[in-house]
Design a protein around this ligand. Structure first.
Ligand code: G3P
Length: 217
């Protein structure tokens, strides 16, 4: 499973990259705003900075909600850097735009996906990635993981090449469940990734090893 970090924070991106396990980055307009990145030039510059900080795909979201606007914005984003993946919302015009980008060999990430039917449409349109938002489904009493399972089954039935990018991952257990269910990629906060490191028996065992080594020397 590929690990993407879901943030526009350069320090966190660099920290994950430094661990040597990062495969890419996802951003969205809320995450960019959270970092105080506003205005077109600053936003494009920030995407470039992110691309320089990591080796893998970097999702950059269009703001337009009409086909022509998405195409214009998406082509501009894609021309910015070869690592850019154009993130497009799961709406009618978005599906058309994904088909268009696919015909131009521009990578896409279909975002705001909350049902397997939407994921099927994204795959039919040729999306590179589909982003089911598991945390937001959990928030309203649905089971985000069931959605990952449904999409995995559908995509496997027809050998769709669209990769399942489990998004809105909130914590380490989400991340592990995504791996169990065969998501191709997960994107989550640094805390969900770092949480994989933790086990009290590791800490206890290491402390013991170091203490024993000290005694013997
Ligand atoms: O990747 C989508 C993600 O940014 C949404 O996460 O935590 O806002 O639901 P969240």
């Amino acid at each position: 499973m590929k690990f993407f970090i879901d943030t526009a924070n350069l320090d966190q991106i660099k920290e994950a990259q430094d661990m040597g396990i990062l495969d890419g980055v996802t951003t969205n307009p809320s995450l960019m705003a959270k970092e105080g990145i506003t205005g077109k030039d600053n936003i494009l510059k920030h995407y470039l900075d992110i691309c320089e900080a990591v080796e893998g795909d970097v999702s950059a979201e269009v703001i337009a909600v009409d086909f022509e606007g998405m195409v214009k914005e998406g082509e501009e984003l894609a021309a910015l850097h070869p690592q850019i993946v154009v993130k497009v919302p799961m709406i009618r015009e978005g599906v058309k735009a994904i088909r268009y980008f696919s015909s131009k060999n521009i990578k896409t990430n279909c975002t705001l996906v909350f049902s397997s039917g939407q994921a099927l449409l994204a795959a039919k349109a040729g999306a590179t990635y589909v982003s089911p938002f598991i945390g937001r489904l959990d928030d309203i009493g649905f089971d985000g993981m069931e959605l990952i399972e449904e999409i995995r089954l559908i995509y496997d039935n027809y050998a769709f090449e669209t990769e399942i990018l489990a998004a809105s991952v909130r914590h380490t257990r989400h991340l592990i469940a995504c791996a169990q269910l065969g998501a191709d990629v997960m994107t989550g906060p640094l805390s969900a990734i770092s949480g994989l490191l933790n086990h009290p028996l590791t800490d206890k065992g290491l402390a013991q090893f170091l203490a024993d080594h000290k005694k013997g020397n």
